[in-house]
Design a protein around this ligand. Structure first.
Ligand code: NDP
Length: 421
């Protein structure tokens, strides 16, 4: 397309006519437009082009600068995978539903909740039809909603098995929040139910889709800085004194305390980053005596994971210390610090190394990416292309077996050897 000053002058005249500008003003403006220098037409480097249905811009920054990310190419809404969101708690409302706005392949099309007023409010906010809002009793009617291709279970852990199995029976693919279940036996049953129904089961391990963690994994597995010699992981946060009634403190709903809730990030991410399976675990569990919040579940767990390479990963998870979520790696030629490693956002990646005759620390700045949107898109793509997710049900089962071994070790005071995965 070319821009012509005559066209611009004509456009300006009709605009002035529309807003009722006087004849003198019009004559002056037309004269000014005619006298204006011709502007150069935009080049292909400015307009970009369309290639295979995607808008593409050529690079214009010098080689010294990092290239910009590809232009987003979201699918038209009607081609995206429709999700039903089950359980409208904090995670669903504060992270998952907003993340659909940054997703290119997924859209929310149905809700399931036990709170009708909350559901009606959320449905209006996200443009979900009233007839696509279901109670838990009506959950099985999702079967008859052709817009729903995938169901995202965001309920307390102790409810995951029932709703994963019901979703599978309704013929829908299932994305389930972590931890997959409250026991390895339930996890196995859920995997079997999805297999029988011919639907996919993915565990929402968002860290697998988070750029900083992916980059560290690449460094470790490609041995960019040599062998990984040490690895420490911490995930702590506090709970209010009156939180004893919250489901996280009830064994039947949570399955355990800090271990399955936040320690799981240390455990699963260690397996993800190293690409290895622990051969032995050793653990200690502690809860302050007499504290009603820890009558059924643990406050603090320290555990170590020994890997076949000889690496031992040291982990701490606790509900008793202020929020702190970090990882540190000791490698032959670098140490890597990752403050906020398991947060929703704000990850950092700091590499300490020798620099010439001195030492220094370099911070890598990676383009921000919403990990929930990345996770929603990954599963949407798996559903559309019929390919297994990077974090299938088996990944959740493996973590349950390890968490059971961690509790066994804490109970016996002995290290527990793991059977090969
Ligand atoms: P919330 O307590 O905030 O919400 C849970 C929701 O589940 C409730 O609001 C309610 O929704 C529904 N619910 C139905 N029955 C019960 C019940 N008996 N007790 C409590 N709630 C019930 O929990 P979260 O959103 O924090 O956690 C939900 C899931 O997400 C858990 O599995 C958790 O481990 C996981 N999670 C994952 C995170 C991640 O980063 N990936 C972070 C936080 C949580 P309604 O009123 O609509 O029925």
């Amino acid at each position: 397309m070319t821009h012509d000053t005559t066209t611009l002058a004509h456009g300006r005249r009709s605009l002035l006519k529309k807003i009722g500008a006087g004849g003198t003003g019009l004559a002056l403006s037309a004269a000014a437009a005619a006298a204006a220098p011709r502007l150069p037409a935009p080049s292909a480097i400015d307009t970009g082009s369309v290639q295979n249905g995607k808008v593409v811009f050529p690079a214009w920054r010098g080689e010294a600068d990092a290239p910009s990310a590809p232009t987003p190419a979201p699918l038209p809404p009607e081609q995206r995978v429709g999700y039903a969101i089950v359980g409208l708690g904090r995670l669903a409302l504060e992270e998952i539903l907003p993340a659909f706005g940054e997703s290119g392949q997924a859209r929310p099309v149905a809700l399931v909740s036990g709170s009708p007023e909350k559901m009606a409010t959320v449905a209006k906010q996200y443009g979900i039809k009233p007839e696509s809002c279901y109670s838990y009793a009506d959950f099985d009617k999702l079967r008859d909603n052709p817009e729903v291709k995938a169901v995202y279970i965001v309920l307390p852990n102790g409810m995951h098995r029932e709703y994963v199995e019901r979703a599978a029976a309704a013929g829908k693919h299932v994305l389930c929040e972590k931890p997959l279940a409250t026991s390895s036996a339930d996890a196995r049953a859920m995997i079997a139910a999805c297999d029988r129904a011919g639907v996919q089961l993915m565990v929402a391990y968002r860290i697998h889709y988070q750029p900083h963690n992916r980059r560290v994994r690449q460094f470790v597995q490609e041995k960019t800085f040599g062998r990984l010699v040490g690895y420490t992981a911490v995930n702590t946060q506090t709970t209010a004194l009156n939180a004893a009634e919250q489901w996280r403190h009830k064994k039947a709903l949570a399955g355990g305390g800090s271990l399955p809730d936040i320690g799981l990030y240390c455990l699963n991410t260690a397996r993800f980053i190293t690409g290895q399976e622990p051969v032995e675990v050793y653990a200690h569990v502690f809860s302050p005596p007499g504290d009603a919040r820890y009558a059924e579940v643990e406050e603090t767990v320290n555990f170590s994971l020994r890997f076949p390479s000889g690496l031992v990963v040291q982990c701490l998870a606790s509900y008793g210390a202020r929020e702190d979520k970090w990882q540190r790696f000791e490698l032959e030629t670098a140490s890597i610090d990752m403050p906020s490693a398991y947060e929703y956002q704000g990850q950092r990646l700091l590499i300490g190394q020798r620099q010439g005759d001195t030492k220094g620390q370099t911070e890598l700045t990676l383009p921000p990416k919403n990990q929930f949107a990345a996770e929603l898109d990954h599963f949407a793509e798996c559903v559309t292309r019929n390919r297994k997710s990077d974090t299938p049900g088996e990944e959740g089962l493996r973590d349950h077996l390890l968490m059971e071994a961690i509790y066994r070790s804490a109970a016996t005071g002995q290290p527990v050897k793991m059977k090969p995965a």
